[in-house]
Design a binder for this molecule. Structure first.
Ligand SMILES: [Zn+2]
Ligand SMILES: [Zn+2]
Length: 252
């Protein structure tokens, strides 16, 4: 096995993080800051020091992800995974199904792992992430070491259990990073009637995860709201807060 493969996740993960978080940060916190200020969920802006700390700890979290992904490569190269090379082996329907499965499994894993580290005795694992009470896109991967391992631990397991194509993993990973950045954006970018729409009934909004950061309990989901609904961990005033943010008059 070519050891230079370690460089792939080591550069790819921070690279994608800087591109996606950077684009959102530039638009909402620099270029169109004034125009979009009415969409800011919390009215204050975090300090530069806080933002640098979010970037530092996100790079730290992604460094740990890179090590785990390198170990995944070791598993793949030694034949311990169910990864397959040609999409035609299982067909396009399976390919699409595998992407949806990755997203749904990840959301379920995240919900329960997240609830676990919110237990009083385990919260020290998750404390770093919650130092961002008013998060920016840079906070997406701001984790302590144990949390970073926990967040990515399901992935090596899933490639052993389920046949996956590398492009299915790629599409899931792009969805993951975009949704994570939107969750920590600090601005509500979805439309006013989003929560009444079929997508809005299941997909998580920025307001949803922002409330988790500002109040520190409930709203444990990552992509979808259904685990919070099923487990009774959705804030009763979620819809009200969402609509309050979207009812403010725009600047223009
Ligand atoms: Zn949390
Ligand atoms: Zn968060």
């Amino acid at each position: 096995m070519d050891m230079s493969l370690i460089y792939l996740p080591l550069f790819m993960l921070p690279g994608r993080y800087f591109i996606v978080a950077g684009i959102f940060y530039f638009i909402f916190y620099v270029w169109k800051k004034k125009e979009f200020s009415y969409l800011k969920i919390q009215k204050t802006y975090p300090s530069k020091k806080k933002i640098f700390s979010e970037i530092f700890y996100s790079l730290f979290g992604l460094f740990i992800f890179a090590i785990v992904i390198f170990l995944m490569f070791v598993l793949i190269y030694n034949g311990f995974s169910k990864m397959y090379k040609n999409i035609s082996e299982f067909g396009w329907i399976y390919f699409c199904f595998s992407i949806v499965s990755l997203i749904v499994i990840h959301d379920m894993y995240f919900y329960f792992a997240h609830r676990l580290i919110h237990l009083k005795k385990l919260f020290f694992i998750h404390k770093r992430h919650h130092l961002s009470v008013n998060p920016t896109p840079w906070a997406a991967f701001s984790f302590g070491p144990i949390e970073a391992i926990l967040q990515i631990a399901w992935l090596p397991l899933i490639i052993i259990l389920i046949p996956l194509h590398k492009y299915a993993l790629l599409i899931w990973s792009i969805f993951m990073i975009v949704m994570n950045v939107i969750g920590h954006l600090g601005y509500e970018i979805f439309p006013k009637n989003f929560l009444q729409s079929p997508i809005g009934k299941i997909l998580l909004s920025s307001t949803h995860h922002n409330l988790h950061h500002s109040r520190n309990n409930n709203h444990y989901g990552l992509y979808f709201t259904f685990w919070d609904k099923i487990m009774g961990t959705e804030y009763p005033d979620y819809k009200k807060v969402y609509e309050t943010v979207k009812s403010r008059p725009s600047q223009s």
